[in-house]
Design a protein around this ligand. Structure first.
Ligand code: SDX
Length: 430
């Protein structure tokens, strides 16, 4: 196939610059601008709105059509027919597992779900009211101290074992964050429980009873994990890739990703959305908040609405909305005032021309916050749950980057608008 090119004509350059164009299997073509630096030019794209930072085969998003595929499988099919452990296998390995492969993978994950006993001592250093994300960033980063010496990131086996360790231990650490905040003892994982039931057991079980987690609620939470597993080159995944490009160990990279996810513009939106709904408090206040969301001079944003890529409905939000209804009906909370307020806000926003014109639809975080709240998860644990679920996406993308022979250190440049060269002035002359 003839190579396609973009021709860039720059006023003071004698000859136009020819830039190769590459096509993927889906989505926009890309212009390879790598040689621009030879002509003493950079591209300029703050926020990377029009920038493809890498090639990937893991997740495809079409923001206009509201499409999300993981290794080619549509998110609604995975949410309906698969489970989180199977989606983890798919994201990491590229294919759905056979029953034997799935059983072996689950066995591996189950038998790595305990953390080193020393790790429970880390929690003592935190105040009981520390935000669980602050604890997660610290404890996950500290896992490096337990494994980095057995980790050669250029060895695919070592990379996969680190991925399995992290996928296995995130629920344990997340539940430890919660237990520490309420002064209850840590619960050990139970090998006879499946991945999500185990998490609910560690979150809500106590040494005083052996209540089995609800299979219905575990199924709902498992679907939430699936919906949050991976999402192309979002801010936290790009953070993990950039950290990984330096050769940092995967525990440090995932800790960096957790830090990036925490922001309210990203994974912190589900917590911010619930806080916002409680702040709105009553349907009669909705118009005031919608007005604030439109006011350019007011930093207030309608949390749970809008998305950098989805300029149509977030396909995850559709599934999340159904799950939300199922959980609320299952728990008899369909008349929950916060849920009713959320539905009213959704209706008003979807009919408001500001939101319609700017294509601001409810995103996955709008419904996940309400559902997690109904499941009894405290608001400050919402982003921890998001981090738990996204760990497989971060590690799949990290592994894909390191598997590529021509991966290189990520190091963006800049447009410099600061002072030109000037001489130092002694303090008595300033
Ligand atoms: C996630 O990248 C991913 O894939 C992320 C994620 C994942 O799975 O990893 O999907 C998870 O982070 C979902 C998004 C969660 N964030 C929120 O719900 C926070 C509220 N949303 C906004 O902060 C905002 O929509 C962003 C940050 C999500 C996207 O913002 P962009 O792409 O930078 O777009 P923008 O801020 O330039 O908004 C475009 C316009 C602006 O108005 P103008 O300057 O053009 O006049 O829309 C307005 C914004 O002011 N706008 C909003 C709004 N979101 C955008 N106005 C009010 N309320 C909002 N929520």
């Amino acid at each position: 196939m003839t190579e396609r090119k973009a021709t860039l004509k720059i006023d003071h350059l004698a000859d136009p610059i020819e830039l190769p164009i590459y096509s993927g299997t889906l989505g926009p073509d890309v212009v390879d601008i790598g040689q621009l630096v030879k002509h003493n030019y950079f591209t300029y794209d703050p926020g990377f709105v029009s920038t493809a930072a890498c090639e990937s085969k893991i997740t495809f998003i079409d923001g206009d059509k509201g499409i999300l595929l993981h290794r080619g499988y549509a998110i609604n099919q995975l949410a309906e027919k698969s489970d989180y452990i199977e989606v983890c296998y798919l994201l990491l390995n590229g294919e759905l597992p056979t029953q034997a492969q799935k059983d072996a993978f689950l066995h591996e994950v189950t038998h790595h779900s305990m953390v080193h006993e020393q790790i429970s001592l880390f929690f003592r250093g935190f105040r009981r009211d520390a935000h669980p994300m602050a604890i997660m960033v610290g404890v996950v980063g500290a896992l490096s101290a337990f494994y980095h010496d057995k980790l050669n990131i250029s060895d695919p086996q070592h990379r996969m074992s680190a991925a399995i360790r992290l996928i296995a231990k995130m629920p344990t650490i997340a539940a430890m964050c919660y237990k520490y905040s309420i002064g209850q003892p840590f619960m050990y994982p139970q090998n006879h429980l499946n991945y999500t039931e185990n998490f609910l057991h560690m979150m809500f079980g106590t040494p005083c009873d052996n209540k089995q987690p609800s299979a219905t609620l575990a199924r709902a939470l498992d679907r939430i994990f699936i919906l949050h597993a991976d999402h192309e080159q979002n801010a936290s995944t790009s953070t993990v890739r950039l950290a990984g490009s330096t050769g940092a160990n995967p525990y440090a990279c995932v800790s960096a990703g957790i830090g990036a996810l925490w922001g309210p513009a990203h994974g912190g939106a589900n917590e911010a959305c619930l806080t916002m709904l409680h702040e709105i408090g009553d349907v009669k206040n909705i118009d005031t908040y919608i007005k604030r969301a439109k006011d350019k001079n007011d930093p207030f944003r309608l949390m749970g609405f809008g998305h950098r890529v989805y300029k149509n409905y977030d396909p995850r939000a559709k599934v999340m909305r159904e799950t939300c209804y199922e959980v609320l009906n299952e728990l008899g909370l369909q008349n929950d005032p916060i849920f009713k307020l959320a539905m009213k806000l959704e209706k008003i926003a979807l009919e408001d021309e500001y939101f319609v014109e700017k294509k601001l639809y409810p995103n996955v975080d709008f419904y996940s916050g309400i559902t997690l709240s109904a499941l009894g998860i405290p608001i400050n644990m919402f982003t921890v749950i998001f981090a738990l679920a996204r760990t497989v996406g971060w590690l799949s993308q990290w592994n894909e980057m390191l598997s590529s022979p021509d991966h290189k250190l990520g190091r963006p440049r800049q447009l410099y608008t600061g002072h030109t060269d000037r001489n130092f002035v002694d303090i008595d002359k300033r």
